[in-house]
Design a protein around this ligand. Structure first.
Ligand SMILES: C[S@@+](CC[C@H](N)C(=O)[O-])C[C@H]1O[C@@H](n2cnc3c(N)ncnc32)[C@H](O)[C@@H]1O
Length: 259
């Protein structure tokens, strides 16, 4: 990971995800994204509860993984993402296996200009907020499009484990001994290199502290109903032993917010 100062450039974010789109969609389809599919995705789905019949918007939907989960759970889903190529991938999958999802290219910061106020019962976002350059504006926009009392349920990378310096120390056999983290208070742009996907790609996200997240959420006048730190179940670990590191340190955080 390398850092690029504290400003996340919107064009860089969009273009890097556009460039990633095919590898991301093909890698997910081939089962490359086990952390999302086998553990924190299902935990996020459970946190959303009964969504049957709800008007649901998934922001930063990428190639549509979580939007499809929500549609299968019975919601009427709109998926939005800033990267046109990601939406292209999502629409392709929708054509192949239709679930009735409306996928659109929209910057989450501009939701309030693109959708009617109070037109969604619930908004979700699967591990995308930390990639968005103007999170306070996104939070305000989400609040605008939600019905009063509507929920916003986003997952993000855990700010305590996803720091500007982060490295697993390994023993002689390669086994992970402990996670070394540092520079928690440096609000840096982090460069994420995605290795082992159909092609290598790089994306950018901003590291924020837990206090920053709470402050942004409360400033946008959401109340916090619950907070989860998902970890793999025993059964998941039996099936996917390589997820063992996620049972030792918190990799993700799920907020359950009320507007
Ligand atoms: C890690 S991917 C997650 C994709 C999807 N939610 C999933 O679970 O597979 C992050 C996504 O956030 C999108 N994104 C970043 N900034 C955005 C913004 N300002 N508005 C909407 N989407 C954005 C990226 O284009 C990318 O598709």
């Amino acid at each position: 990971m390398a850092e690029h100062g504290s400003d996340l450039n919107p064009a860089l974010v969009r273009d890097s995800w556009d460039n990633a789109a095919r590898a991301y969609a093909e890698g997910q389809a081939a089962g490359r994204d086990r952390y999302r599919y086998a553990f924190f995705g299902p935990a996020h789905v459970r946190k959303c509860g009964d969504v049957r019949g709800l008007r649901l918007m998934d922001i930063g939907c990428g190639s549509g993984y979580f939007a499809r989960e929500m549609a299968r759970a019975g919601a009427n889903v709109t998926g939005t993402d800033v990267a046109p190529q990601m939406i292209e991938q999502a629409r392709r999958q929708e054509l192949e296996s239709p679930l009735g999802i409306d996928f659109r290219v929209v910057d989450a910061a501009d939701l309030a200009e693109s959708f009617r106020a109070r037109s969604f019962d619930i908004v979700t976002s699967c591990c995308a907020l930390q990639d968005m350059p103007d999170i306070p504006r996104v939070l305000r926009a989400v609040r605008e499009i939600l019905t009063p009392g509507g929920r916003f349920v986003p997952s993000v990378v855990h700010p305590c484990a996803d720091t500007p310096f982060r490295e697993w120390e390994r023993d002689a056999t390669g086994r992970k001994r402990w996670l070394c983290i540092d520079r928690y208070f440096d609000r840096e742009v982090i460069e994420n290199r995605w290795l082992g996907w159909p092609y290598e790609f790089t994306t950018f996200a901003r590291h924020l502290t837990l206090e920053d997240w709470f402050t942004m959420i409360l400033d946008a006048r959401f109340s916090i109903r619950a907070l989860s730190e998902p970890r793999p179940t025993e059964q998941t670990l039996r099936e996917y032993p390589d997820l063992e590191d996620a049972a030792r340190v918190p990799y993700y955080l799920i907020f359950d917010l009320i507007s």
